[in-house]
Design a protein around this ligand. Structure first.
Ligand code: URA
Length: 470
């Protein structure tokens, strides 16, 4: 029996070096016990506890094992999961890779699925920390301000998230306190300290007003659904978030506030629509408003300049978009790009998004077959597209297909009847045009009909683009 002792619960390098050494010696997974420090909580023992421990070599000099990039990406995320079996399961998958080089791509494989679920939970936790962590201002001993936040992650993500906070709050001095470790940034160096307790972090203070003002400006009282909000922003985090104290008052003042809201949202955060958009995208990354988030790889958010004059709305990400994390990059996206180029529309200058931000599919063997999103999923996701509309405020919006039209208008629209004419979006959201979805063109079996439909699609795009100048 080999015992591998990793220095930290997120010690990817230690796991990789040990796994490489064990693999080159042909040590089977069932002969390895993985543990973190001497913490029994992170011990995963496939063998009886009485087995005599023989230290496994940490093997930085062992020959490099060639593994697919997808495995490394999976391992880097899954290693941060709280599941104590993660090290052993990853080593088991590594061993299988020798015999089954493509096993990581097999999403129906139970081991791959389990590790992917862990990786996904980790990614969601990372995004939650980015979206829900709130700093409170205190003064250091020399009187300089320091911002302190308390956060309770579900997984071992704190160190992996440090670079994000260093980059975003580079000029502030801050501390992030969590039960397992604390991080301290002094504007130049990042230091790590021991875990803390919630009581070590300060409670509310006047700087929260800044955040409250921003939150009040993006809060859409007309759309609030308490149940969905609780799911999206779990109660666990509410107690650390000053803006949650505003919610009852915001709901009560709904009608009075709604008219000025879109304008305020654009100018929130010092007029920085880009920052408002980035905050929104980060929150959407952790969206659990409908069940589609569970099997999908990630949220695929809209992309493009936040001051774009045109917005294109598709249905939902497809298989390739789900993996890449970007809208319209697969076959329908290529068709869309070609038509846009022919219509003289520069894709880099328009905002492209989807009505539904998670891929809905049916698993058939190894294949993931596209499934059409239903009304409840479109409605649940409308929250995000409304926020995107409020920030981008396009002059012209193009709905690509029936799902996009239903999302934008809040009701079923018949493409054949509405196509080819300017429509007014509800709530004064500007002019909209409805056309077909590019994947409809890909499905047409008859070549002549496909060519004619494609030409009509290009013409629709050209007409809508001309309205920007009107
Ligand atoms: N189809 C869509 O509607 N959106 C995408 O992003 C890809 C395919």
């Amino acid at each position: 029996m080999r015992v591998v002792t990793l220095s930290e619960p997120d010690d990817f390098d230690g796991w990789r070096d040990a796994a490489r050494g064990l693999m080159t010696q042909g040590v089977p997974p069932e002969d390895v016990v993985w543990q973190v420090g001497d913490a029994p909580g992170d011990l995963f023992a496939a063998a009886p506890a009485s087995a005599a421990p023989v230290p496994a070599p940490s093997a930085p000099d062992a020959p490099a094992l060639s593994v697919p990039r997808a495995f490394l990406d999976l391992a880097r995320s899954a290693i941060l999961a709280r599941d104590p079996e993660r090290f052993a399961l990853l080593y088991t998958l590594l061993a299988r890779l020798r015999r089954e080089p493509k096993v990581v791509e097999d999403r129906a494989d139970p081991l791959v699925r389990r590790l992917e679920t862990m990786a996904k939970d980790v990614r969601r936790d990372i995004h939650k920390m980015r979206a829900f962590l709130r700093f409170r201002e205190v003064a250091d001993e020399d009187g300089t301000p320091r911002f302190v936040a308390w956060f309770e992650p579900d997984n071992h993500i704190v160190r992996a998230n440090a670079a994000f906070f260093v980059n975003r709050f580079a000029s502030m001095r801050w501390s992030i306190l969590t039960p397992a470790i604390s991080l301290h940034w002094d504007g130049a160096t990042l230091a790590q300290g021991p875990g803390a307790e919630k009581a070590d972090a300060p409670d509310g203070d006047p700087t929260e007003e800044v955040w409250k003002t921003y939150y009040a400006s993006i809060f859409n009282p007309a759309r609030v659904k308490i149940g969905a909000m609780l799911k999206e922003m779990p109660r666990k985090y509410w107690k650390n978030m000053p803006e949650t104290a505003l919610v009852p008052a915001l709901i009560a003042g709904a009608q009075a506030r709604e008219s000025g809201m879109i304008e305020t949202a654009r100018t929130a955060m010092g007029g920085n629509a880009q920052a408002a958009w980035a905050a929104l995208r980060d929150e959407a990354a952790a969206c659990t408003r409908c069940p589609l988030h569970a099997p999908a790889t990630q949220t695929v958010f809209g992309e493009g300049p936040v001051d774009a004059a045109m917005m294109f709305v598709g249905e939902q990400p497809g298989d390739q978009e789900d993996l890449a994390g970007h809208p319209f990059v697969g076959p329908a996206g290529q068709m869309f790009d070609r038509a846009m180029a022919e219509a003289g529309v520069d894709r880099s200058r328009v905002y492209v998004t989807n009505a539904v931000k998670h891929f809905k599919f049916e698993q058939r063997g190894k294949r993931r077959i596209h499934a059409k999103p239903g009304g409840p999923e479109i409605d649940a996701c409308r929250w995000w597209i409304e926020q995107e509309q409020a920030i981008v405020r396009p002059k012209v919006t193009v709905a690509l297909g029936a799902t996009a039209a239903r999302s934008l208008f809040g009701r079923v629209m018949t493409i054949g009847r509405e196509r080819g004419r300017a429509l007014e979006l509800p709530g004064g959201g500007g002019e909209a045009w409805i056309t077909v979805h590019p994947s409809y063109l890909l499905r047409l079996p008859d070549k002549a009909a496909a060519e004619a439909e494609y030409a009509r699609f290009v013409e629709d795009l050209r007409t809508a683009a001309a309205r920007v100048e009107a």
